[in-house]
Design a protein around this ligand. Structure first.
Ligand SMILES: Cc1cc2nc3c(=O)[nH]c(=O)nc-3n(C[C@H](O)[C@H](O)[C@H](O)COP(=O)(O)OP(=O)(O)OC[C@H]3O[C@@H](n4cnc5c(N)ncnc54)[C@H](O)[C@@H]3O)c2cc1C
Length: 591
């Protein structure tokens, strides 16, 4: 333990060198950890492990000859800016000649230290951990190895090893990103977080390990009659959703899910474990609220909780008669601009779906979820005035809905039960200011481009959903110290327009994706022409070319850049994690 503390301090010293500050004055502090890392592997000497891996691969000295003279991982080790530069030069040189050697060294080293937690292609663990981690078949890849840690110490040690070995890597939480390479990598180490589990209920908050999915989080909270902000479908992963912002059933009242995080436990690029909260590393704390995978591997997220003694009133409503659509758009618009503000306990998912049903053909459907928390004083729970118009739209739909009083988590579980993995999926979005006619016209663009052209394809399902973000929701985030999303200046309701599509046959990828590009181009052009376009792209739904972090605005991007330089001075998460939305140059982003 003492030796590892010295290593940790050595890393801090190295970090401080790069930053041009001395360790005493750096703000990188963590009162809970006292600058020590309890790795649980006191006899690990990283240099020796790397040398063993190099030897087995017949590439002796590739990394180890370039390590500091006193060896990395030996007592009293420090790593300086010059050492890191040397390693980066080495990476450039070697990568040109022999791509993949760093990944091979990192993987073999991990296999030596963690034989049961590291798997290589062809093994049964590789097969059962790799592709099954992902929601969409479009994201399958073949990493050099997969590493499945079961503790923060595992992540910390693995990260030190990856840091020094110069390998590429990526991290997957619940695997619900639909973008290839965003939570996966072709070369190097894929860190799969599904072994980091546990939801611990504390006073006023819950500690949620990063391998959890929302269904289990809510099930545990329900046992304590508590609720927390989280995803609206049970199988979705916790970390990706929170790090991109997170839209919850409670968003109208409490803001984005990230706004209601009390603390992030993060493993930095050099393996150092820190907490980020309102007191410790507060700049990192704010950056993580929307900054995605740019700063470290989040291993635990502590979420604020609220009592939910009477459960919630919620359920699904399916409108299959398109003659109801004009009334529905009217009600949705009213909800976005009035109801979502006057009754913040309510929430509405308004999705317009086209689905291909075997034997029956294609059909349009409004798939709405109406939700409302029940306050202590309520004796007759119901949808409340804000959602009443939606619920009353069509009496047949109302009578066949699943609306009822239920535990908080049960709505996410009901919606999540329809989630299918392993199909071809695409998600993308853009934002507009709330406007009824624009909603109708965006629906028409989508309908004529997607359902008319592709609706008959096997397994096709397309959705356009309208998600309000109100000024009250944004203000709730401000009360918790703000986030990275750059929405503070909003003066009226905006709506995230989310397009989600699935299909079966990979040979249809090209034409479906081309049509989706067309929908985006036409829709954004229309919104701009009417002065209703908003620069924001919700990162968790965004298309890979959307550059959502730029959409946060220059001031936010500037902050993110500074935080990245401080906590990841070698730019490991910018250059060695091949996918994910990176932090752009602030000057290239809108003000
Ligand atoms: C069916 C479905 C329902 C959804 N419902 C909602 C909803 O109700 N509300 C909402 O806001 N969004 C929703 N989303 C979008 C969702 O937020 C994103 O798909 C999000 O990425 C899911 O998180 P994940 O952990 O599963 O992601 P992953 O695919 O595992 O990861 C996404 C990104 O985060 C990074 N990452 C993951 N874990 C970590 C970590 N621990 N540390 C650092 N980086 C990490 C990955 O490298 C990747 O870049 C939904 C998506 C789907 C497919």
């Amino acid at each position: 333990m003492a030796r590892l503390s010295i290593i940790a301090l050595g890393l801090l010293y190295g970090l401080s060198n790069i930053l041009g500050v001395v360790a005493d004055t750096t703000t990188l502090t963590d009162p809970a950890i006292d600058g020590t890392i309890d790795l649980g592997f006191p006899s690990v000497n990283i240099t020796a492990i790397l040398a063993e891996a190099e030897n087995e691969l017949g590439v002796n000295g590739t990394i180890t000859d370039n390590l500091p003279d006193d060896g990395y991982g030996a007592p009293g080790t420090t790593i300086t800016a010059r050492d890191i530069e040397k390693l980066q030069e080495l990476r450039k040189r070697t990568f040109g000649n022999s791509k993949g050697i760093f990944g091979a060294i990192a993987c073999l080293s991990l296999k030596i230290i963690f034989p049961t937690k590291t798997a290589t292609p062809g093994s049964s663990n590789y097969n059962s951990w790799n592709n099954p981690s992902f929601w969409s078949a479009t994201t399958y890849m073949t990493p050099t190895c997969v590493f499945r840690p079961t503790s923060v110490d595992d992540v910390s040690l693995a990260m030190q090893l990856i840091f020094i070995s110069q390998s590429d890597f990526n991290v997957v939480g619940g695997g619900h990103s639909a973008i290839k390479g965003w939570a996966n990598t072709e070369d190097g180490v894929l860190i799969i977080l599904s072994g980091l589990t546990g939801v611990k209920v504390k006073s006023g908050y819950a500690e949620v390990s990063a391998g959890e999915r929302w269904g289990n989080v809510f099930t545990v909270l329900d046992q304590h009659k508590l609720m927390a902000l989280g995803g609206r479908m049970s199988p979705v992963g916790v970390p990706g959703l929170v790090l991109g912002g997170g839209i919850s059933y409670l968003t109208n009242q409490h803001g984005f899910v990230a706004d209601q995080v009390k603390n992030f436990q993060v493993v930095l690029a050099n393996g150092w474990v820190v907490n980020a909260n309102a007191v410790a590393n507060a700049d990192l704390f704010r950056a993580l609220k929307g900054g995605s995978s740019n700063f470290g591997i989040v291993t635990r997220i502590d979420l604020h909780t609220w009592p939910c003694p009477k459960g919630v009133y919620s359920g699904q409503l399916y409108f299959s008669d398109t003659r109801d659509y004009p009334k529905m758009f009217d009600a949705v618009y009213k909800y976005h601009t009035v109801g979502a503000l006057t009754d913040v306990q309510s929430h509405l998912i308004s999705a317009f779906v086209y689905v291909q049903i075997p034997g029956l053909g294609g059909m349009h459907m409004g798939a709405f979820t109406a939700f409302r928390t029940i306050s202590d004083s309520e004796t007759n729970p119901g949808p409340g005035p804000a959602l009443q118009e939606i619920v009353d739209l069509n009496p047949t739909v109302k009578s066949s809905s699943t609306l009822k009083v239920r535990p908080y988590g049960s709505q996410a579980i009901e919606l999540g039960s329809g989630d299918v993995r392993g199909l071809r999926q695409d998600m993308r979005d853009f934002s507009v200011y709330a406007d009824k006619q624009l909603y109708i016209d965006l629906f028409q663009i989508w309908n004529s481009t997607m359902t008319v052209k592709h609706g008959a394809k096997t397994g096709f399902m397309g959705t356009i959903a309208f998600q309000p973000i109100t000024t009250k929701a944004i203000a709730a985030g401000g009360l918790r110290g703000g986030n990275s999303l750059g929405l503070e200046g909003n003066t009226k309701t905006m709506a995230i327009i989310n397009l989600t599509h699935q299909w079966l046959d990979p040979t249809h990828d090209k034409e479906i994706l081309a049509s989706l590009d067309e929908v985006m181009t036409k829709s954004i052009a229309l919104a701009k022409a009417r002065g209703l376009h908003h620069r924001y792209y919700y990162l968790n739904y965004a298309h890979k070319d959307s550059n959502p972090i730029c959409g946060y605005g220059r001031a936010s991007v500037d902050r993110l850049k500074k935080v990245s330089r401080f906590y990841d001075p070698c730019g490991v998460f910018q250059s060695r994690v091949p996918g994910g939305f990176k932090i752009p140059e602030p000057s290239s982003c809108p003000i």
